[in-house]
Design a protein around this ligand. Structure first.
Ligand code: ADP
Length: 627
C-alpha cells in the first residue's frame, strides 16, 4: 500500500475551519459553542452509524458494524446531554447542571466500553438487530436511572464536580487505555493507515477525558479544550471508519488476502518440492504448443540447477531444449490441465535432466497451471534394480531347473548303463575268486577280495544314485497312507540288521494317516531308521518313532541313542555325498539324507535334526495333515 498522509490538506483545512468557528462561537457565547461542538460530534456519530450500517454487507469484519451501532447510542446520549445542557434545557430535566453531566458520563462510559470490546468482533458473527436492541435496552435503563434520580449525582451547584464524576472520568480513561492496548494487540488486522487513525482517536479521547476532569464550572476553558479534542477524536473515527471504510470497503479483505498471499508465497518459496507456475501458449487452433515460465521457487532452482532470473518470461522449449521430443508429451499433457482444469499426477522420466520426477499439475485458472515435482530417481532406480534382480533370479532359477533336469538325466543314464558292465565285472571277479582261491599267491586273493568289495560298493552307489535321480522327476503317487503300516514294512526290510544289532524299536502311540507317495515314505523312514541303527555303537541300540501335530502339520521324529552329530556338521549332512566318517568306520554313500530331504520337500514339508554328540540324535520331518 502506498504511504499516504493521515489527513489530506482538505481534511485539515475543514477541521481547522470547524475549530475556528467553534472557537469564535466560544468567544461569543459558550452555550452556542457547546451546542455547536456537540452537534458536530453527534452528526459525526450518526454518520458513523449510517455508513457502517449500510456497508455491513460488504464489510468483511464486524468491528466497524459494532462500533457504528455503539456510536449511534453515544450520539443519542450526547444529544440528550446537549439538550439538557445548562441554559438550553430543550428536554425536560432538572434545572441544574447535574443531569447533562450524568448523561455525559453515561455517554462516555458507553463510548469507552464499546471501543474496548469492539476488537472482539473482528471475526465473530454479530446479530445487528439484537445488538441494537441490547444497546437500546441498556441506554434506556441508564436514562431511566437519571430521570428517576437513581444515578449518582455528578455536579453540585456552587461546589462543582462530585467525586463520583471525577473518579468516573479516571475509570473511563483507564478503560480507554485498555481499548488502546486492545487495538495494539489487533494491529495486524488493520491496514496501517486505518490503524493510526483509530489509535489517534483513542489517544485524543483520553486527553479529552483528562481535560474534563479539571473543570470546575461548566463554562470554563478546560471544558472548551475537552470539547475540541472530543470533536477531533470523533472526526478521526469518522475518517477511519466512514470515509476509509467507504472508500476502501474491501481494504480489510485485501489486507487479509495480502496476508494469506504472503503466507502462500512463503510456503511456495520454502517448499521442498520444485514448483513452477506457467501460462500455456496456444496456437491458432487453441492447441497447446509451449508453456511460458511465470514463476519458480527456490527448490526448482536448486533441483534443476537453473536461475529464476534466466527463465522467467521464457518458454519451456527454450529452457529445456528438446523437451518436445520426450517420450511423454509434457507440452500437450500439462497444457490439457491448463485448459480443462483437470489435475494430473504422473511419474515420468525427464530426459532433458536425465532424471525421474513425480509431477502434480494443477490449474488455478484457465490457461494457467502450476507444476509441483519431486525427484524420484533414486526410488525409480531401486525399483528398476529390483526388477532386474528378480528377472535375473527368475532366469537363474530356470537355468538351475534345466541343469537339474540334465543332471538327473545324466545320473539316470550313467547309473543305468554302468550297472550292466559292473554286474559283469562283479560276476566274473566272484567266479575268479571261487575258481582260483588258494591257487594263485596270497596277494592275488587279497586283490580279488578288494575288487569284489569295490564292485559291491559301486553297485550300491549306483542304486542309490539312480533312486536319488528318480526322486526329482515324475509325478508323486500320493494316496492316503497309514504311517504305521509304512513303518511295519520298513521294519520288515530292516529286520536283519535289527536282529543282528539286537536293537530295540519303540513306537508308543499309533502313527497318523497322511497323504503321500508310499514308496517314497518307505524310503524316507527306512533311511532314517537304518542310519539310527548304523551310527550307533551301543550293545543295545534303541530307536523310537513318534509323531505330534503342530500347526496343521504332522511332525514325525526318529530318535536314537547313537553317536550323535557334532553341531558344526549339522548343516551339511543333508547335502548329497556328504559323509562325516571314513568308509572303514561306517559304510554308506552319503546319499541317504539328501534323498530324505528331497522326499520331504516334495511332500511340502521340512527336515531337520537335533543332536548331542555321544548321546544320540533326533531326526524330525514334517508333512501336511490331510484336509
Ligand atoms: P550315509 O548314511 O550314506 O553316510 P547319509 O546321507 O544317510 O549318508 O548321512 C550323512 C551323514 O550324516 C552320515 O555319514 C553320518 O555321519 C551322519 N548321520 C546320519 N544319520 C545319523 C545318525 N542317526 N546319527 C549320527 N550321525 C548320522
Amino acid at each position: 500500500m502506498n504511504r499516504k498522509s493521515l489527513l489530506s490538506a482538505g481534511n485539515i483545512l475543514g477541521l481547522f475551519l470547524v475549530l475556528v468557528v467553534l472557537y469564535l462561537s466560544a468567544l461569543y457565547n459558550f452555550l452556542l459553542f457547546h451546542t455547536l461542538a456537540e452537534f458536530f460530534s453527534i452528526t459525526v456519530a450518526f454518520a458513523i452509524f449510517i455508513i457502517a450500517w449500510n456497508t455491513r454487507q460488504i464489510q468483511n469484519n464486524r468491528y466497524f458494524l459494532f462500533l457504528g451501532i455503539a456510536y449511534l447510542f453515544v450520539g443519542f446520549l450526547d444529544l440528550a446531554h446537549t439538550g439538557t445542557y445548562k441554559g438550553l434545557m430543550v428536554f425536560p430535566a432538572a434545572q441544574d447542571a447535574d443531569t447533562p453531566t450524568q448523561l455525559w458520563i453515561i455517554a462516555r462510559y458507553t463510548e469507552s466500553l464499546s471501543l474496548l470490546i469492539a476488537p472482539l468482533f473482528f471475526h465473530r458473527k454479530i446479530r445487528p438487530f439484537l445488538t441494537i436492541a441490547l444497546y437500546a435496552l441498556i441506554t434506556g435503563g441508564l436514562l431511566w436511572t437519571v430521570y428517576a434520580d437513581v444515578f449518582p449525582v455528578c455536579f453540585v451547584e456552587g461546589e462543582g464536580l462530585t467525586p463520583f464524576k471525577k473518579i468516573s472520568e479516571y475509570i473511563i480513561c483507564a478503560i480507554l487505555i485498555g481499548a488502546f492496548f486492545m487495538l495494539q494487540a489487533n494491529r495486524t488486522r488493520f491496514s496501517p493507515h486505518i490503524f493510526t487513525l483509530l489509535t489517534a482517536s483513542i489517544v485524543l479521547t483520553i486527553f479529552s477525558e483528562l481535560a474534563f476532569t479539571f473543570y470546575v464550572g461548566v463554562y470554563d476553558l478546560s471544558n472548551v479544550g475537552g470539547h475540541f479534542l472530543k470533536f477531533i477524536s470523533f472526526y478521526l473515527i469518522y475518517k477511519a471508519l466512514v470515509e476509509t471504510g467507504l472508500k476502501e470497503p474491501y481494504a480489510f479483505l485485501f489486507k487479509e488476502m495480502a496476508d494469506s498471499e504472503k503466507k502462500y508465497r512463503k510456503l511456495f518459496a520454502n517448499m521442498l518440492n520444485g514448483c513452477a507456475y506457467h501460462k500455456v501458449v496456444l496456437d491458432d487452433n487453441n492447441f497447446p504448443v509451449d508453456h511460458l515460465f511465470l514463476d519458480v521457487n527456490d527448490a526448482f532452482e536448486k533441483m534443476l540447477g537453473l536461475r529464476k532470473k534466466d527463465i522467467i518470461g521464457k518458454n519451456v522449449t527454450e529452457v529445456f531444449l528438446g523437451i518436445e521430443n520426450s517420450d511423454f508429451d509434457f507440452i500437450g499433457e500439462f497444457g490439457k490441465v491448463a485448459l480443462t482444469g483437470e489435475t494430473l499426477h504422473t511419474e515420468q522420466y525427464f530426459a532433458v535432466m536425465e532424471r525421474w520426477y513425480s509431477f502434480s499439475v494443477y490449474s488455478p485458472e484457465k490457461e494457467y497451471f502450476a507444476v509441483v515435482f519431486e525427484d524420484i530417481t533414486d526410488r525409480k532406480q531401486a525399483e528398476l534394480d529390483r526388477e532386474n534382480y528378480l528377472e535375473k533370479v527368475d532366469s537363474l532359477m530356470a537355468e538351475l531347473e534345466r541343469s537339474n533336469q540334465d543332471l538327473q538325466q545324466f545320473a539316470n543314464i550313467v547309473s543305468h548303463d554302468l550297472r550292466e558292465p559292473l554286474r559283469t565285472v562283479g560276476s566274473f571277479v566272484q567266479l575268479l575268486g571261487r575258481r582260483y582261491q588258494g591257487k594263485l599267491d596270497e596277494k592275488a586273493d587279497t586283490y580279488i577280495n578288494f575288487i569284489v568289495d569295490g564292485t559291491a560298493r559301486m553297485h550300491t552307489l549306483l542304486n542309490d544314485l539312480l533312486a536319488f535321480a528318480r526322486l526329482g522327476g515324475g509325478q508323486l503317487r500320493k494316496e492316503p497312507l497309514e504311517l504305521g503300516s509304512v513303518l511295519n514294512k520298513v521294519l520288515m526290510n530292516l529286520s536283519d540288521s535289527i536282529d543282528k544289532k539286537q536293537a530295540e524299536i519303540i513306537c508308543a502311540e499309533p502313527l497318523p494317516s497322511v497323504i503321500a507317495d508310499e514308496t517314497q515314505m518307505i524310503q524316507l523312514l527306512q533311511n532314517l531308521i537304518a542310519n539310527a541303527l548304523k551310527f550307533n555303537g551301543r550293545d543295545r541300540p534303541s530307536v523310537s518313532i513318534s509323531a505330534a501335530s503342530e500347526d496343521k502339520k504332522w511332525v514325525v521324529c526318529v530318535k536314537d541313542n547313537g553317536i550323535g552329530i557334532n553341531p558344526k556338521d549339522i548343516d551339511r549332512i543333508f547335502l548329497i555325498f556328504q559323509r562325516l566318517h571314513p568308509r572303514g568306520q561306517y559304510e554308506g554313500t552319503g546319499l541317504g539324507l539328501a534323498q530324505c530331504k528331497k522326499i520331504v520337500e516334495r511332500h511340502g514339508g521340512k527336515i531337520w535334526v537335533e543332536s548331542t554328540p555321544g548321546q544320540g540324535s533326533s531326526f524330525y520331518f514334517s508333512i501336511p495333515e490331510p484336509m
